[in-house]
Design a protein around this ligand. Structure first.
Ligand code: SF4
Ligand code: SF4
Length: 182
C-alpha cells in the first residue's frame, strides 16, 4: 500500500483552500492560470479529470520524482471553455484548487503568484502582518507588488521572471484563522 501523502491531504491544502474561500477571481482576469501555468497532477487527479474527458487527458508531459509520476497537461488547458470557465470544475486537479498558491521547494513554505487575485491576497497579507507589528505597510511594498502584478499581466502569466512571494505555513495559518474570525 502506498504511504505517499497527497497534496490534497496536507495542511497546506487546507490552509490555501480556506484562504481562497474568502476571495473571488476578478471577472476581468483572462484565466492566465489555465492558459500559461503548468498544471501538474498525480495519478489520482488524472483519473478524476479523465472522467470528464479521457481524450483531453491523453496529451501529457510527465516526470518521475521519488518514484511518483506527476503528469501535466499541455497549455492552454484543454478543459478551459471558450467563455474562460473551467469545463471540469468538479474534477479539477488539486493544484488548480489552490492557485495562486503554489507549493515551494523550500520546506514549510508556500508561494503566491501575483495574478489579479494573488495581488489582492498579498495586499491583505501584508496589511495583516503589519497590523500584528502595529505598523502600516510601507509604500515601497505596494509599489513592488504593483510592479510584479504589471509584469505578470504584461506577460500573460507566461514569461514570468519574478518567483511567487513566499510565506511560511505557520504565518499563513495565522492569516487563515484571522480571515475566519472576521
Ligand atoms: S486564479 Fe488568478 S490567474 Fe487564475 S483566474 Fe483567478 S485571478 Fe486569474
Ligand atoms: S482543469 Fe480547469 S481550473 Fe485547471 S487549468 Fe484546466 S480549466 Fe483551469
Amino acid at each position: 500500500m502506498s504511504t505517499k501523502i497527497r497534496l490534497k491531504d496536507t495542511i497546506i491544502y487546507q490552509i490555501a483552500t480556506n484562504i481562497l474561500s474568502h476571495y473571488e477571481c476578478p471577472s476581468d482576469c483572462p484565466a492566465h492560470c489555465c492558459k500559461a501555468k503548468t498544471i501538474e497532477m498525480d495519478a489520482i487527479d488524472l483519473k478524476e479529470l479523465s472522467n470528464v474527458s479521457k481524450a483531453k487527458t491523453e496529451d501529457l508531459d510527465f516526470r518521475v520524482t521519488n518514484s511518483t509520476t506527476y503528469y501535466s497537461l499541455k497549455n492552454p488547458c484543454p478543459f478551459l471553455s471558450e467563455s474562460g470557465k473551467c469545463g471540469a470544475y468538479e474534477y479539477r486537479p488539486t493544484i488548480c484548487r489552490i492557485y495562486p498558491f503554489n507549493t515551494s521547494p523550500e520546506p514549510g513554505m508556500f508561494t503566491i503568484d501575483p495574478c489579479k487575485m494573488g495581488i489582492i491576497i498579498l495586499c491583505d497579507l501584508y496589511k495583516h502582518m503589519m497590523e500584528i507589528e502595529k505598523e502600516s505597510v510601507p509604500e515601497h511594498v505596494y509599489i513592488a507588488l504593483k510592479e510584479c502584478s504589471d509584469i505578470f499581466e504584461r506577460n500573460k502569466g507566461i514569461a514570468y521572471n519574478v518567483t511567487g512571494f513566499g510565506f511560511s505555513i505557520e504565518y499563513l495559518k495565522i492569516f487563515s484563522d484571522y480571515l475566519n474570525s472576521k
